[in-house]
Design a protein around this ligand. Structure first.
Ligand SMILES: Nc1ncnc2c1ncn2[C@@H]1O[C@H](COP(=O)(O)OP(=O)(O)OP(=O)(O)O)[C@@H](O)[C@H]1O
Ligand SMILES: [Mg+2]
Length: 267
C-alpha cells in the first residue's frame, strides 16, 4: 500500500497524455463513477493514476492485488496490541474516509470475497460496510475507486464478472504512438531526441515481430530502461539485450531474433 498526498509529492508525476483519458477520468470523478483501466504491462496505467491523483489533489491508496488478497486486507482488521484489541483501517477504508482514490491494481487477481465490498462502493450506493465493527461508511463525493487489469493474460479474463465490469467506466490503454512515446523517453529517461526516436522505432519494430510466440511485446517501461542504460554509457547492444530481449523471452532462439532487430537499429 502506498499513499501519495499532494503535500508530500515533491514534483507532479510526469505524464504525457495519449488521448482524452485525462478529461474522461476527470468527468468520471465529477460524476462519482468508478473507472477501470485495461491495458498491457508497462503502458502507463499506474503512472496515469498517480498523475490524476496529483492533479485532482486527492490522496492515493494503491493496492497491488494478488491471489491471496481478501476483503479484510482492503477493509481492515482488529489487531492485538499491548493495550488490547484495536481496529486498523485497510487502504480502501482509509480512501473512503479521506475522500481519496483507491487504486486496485490487477484487480482480477484478488480473492472473490473482495467483490462483496467493491460492488456496493462501485454502484450508486457508494457505501462501505465494515462487517467486523458494524460501521457503515457513505463515501464522500470526492472518493473514487479505480481498478486496472491486463486483458492479455487470458487465463485471468474469466476472473472479472460482468456484474463487476459493468459497474465501471472503462478506459483502454495501449502503447503510445511514436510522437508521444518519444516525448515519454525524453522526459522519463532524459534522452536526447535522436536517441529517443531510435529507441521508439526499435520498440515499434519489436512489437511488429509476430512470428515468435511472445507473451507480451516490448513495453514503454522496457524502452525507458534501455534508454537509461544507454544514457549512462552502456554499449547500446548490451543495454538492449539486458533490458529488451532477455525480459521478453527465455527462448534463446527468440532472444536472438529480437537481437537481430536490435542490430538493425543499433548495429
Ligand atoms: N503516458 C506516459 N507518460 C509518462 N510516462 C509514461 C507514460 N506511459 C508510460 N510511462 C512510463 O512507463 C513506465 C511504466 O508505466 P506504468 O508503471 O504506469 O505501467 P502500467 O500500465 O501500470 O504497467 P503494469 O500493468 O505492469 O502495472 C512508467 O514508470 C513511466 O515511466
Ligand atoms: Mg501498474
Amino acid at each position: 500500500m502506498s499513499r501519495i498526498s499532494s503535500e508530500e509529492a515533491v514534483a507532479a508525476p510526469f505524464y504525457v497524455p495519449v488521448g482524452n483519458e485525462v478529461e474522461l477520468f476527470e468527468q468520471a470523478w465529477k460524476h462519482g463513477l468508478p473507472v477501470l483501466l485495461k491495458g498491457p504491462t508497462g503502458c502507463g496505467k499506474t503512472r496515469f493514476v498517480q498523475y490524476m491523483a496529483d492533479r485532482l489533489e486527492l490522496p492515493l491508496y494503491s493496492v497491488a492485488c494478488h491471489d491471496d488478497l481478501s476483503a479484510t486486507d482492503l477493509v481492515g482488521r482488529h489487531l492485538i496490541g499491548a493495550d488490547g484489541t484495536w481496529w486498523q483501517d485497510g487502504p480502501l477504508t482509509r480512501a473512503v474516509r479521506e475522500g481519496g482514490i483507491c487504486y486496485l491494481d490487477e484487480v482480477v487477481e484478488a480473492r472473490q470475497d473482495t467483490t462483496v465490498v467493491v460492488h456496493p462502493l462501485a454502484d450508486d450506493r457508494r457505501e462501505l460496510y465494515l462487517e467486523r465493527t458494524g460501521e457503515r461508511l457513505q463515501a464522500p463525493p470526492s472518493f473514487m475507486l479505480v481498478v486496472s487489469y491486463n486483458p492479455g493474460y487470458q487465463n485471468l479474463l474469466k476472473g472479472m464478472k460482468p456484474s463487476t465490469r459493468q459497474r465501471f467506466v472503462a478506459l483502454r490503454f495501449d502503447y503510445p504512438g511514436e510522437a508521444v512515446e518519444t516525448d515519454i523517453l525524453i522526459g522519463e529517461a532524459g534522452l536526447d531526441e535522436p536517441l529517443a526516436r531510435r529507441l521508439v522505432s526499435l520498440g515499434q519494430a519489436l512489437r511488429r515481430l509476430e512470428q515468435h510466440d511472445l507473451e507480451e511485446v516490448a513495453s514503454t517501461r522496457l524502452l525507458i530502461f534501455a534508454g537509461r542504460l544507454i544514457r549512462s554509457g552502456l554499449d547500446p547492444r548490451q543495454a538492449c539485450l539486458a533490458s529488451l530481449a532477455e525480459p521478453l523471452s527465455d527462448d534463446p532462439a527468440t532472444v536472438a531474433a529480437l537481437m537481430d532487430i536490435v542490430d538493425v537499429h543499433f548495429g
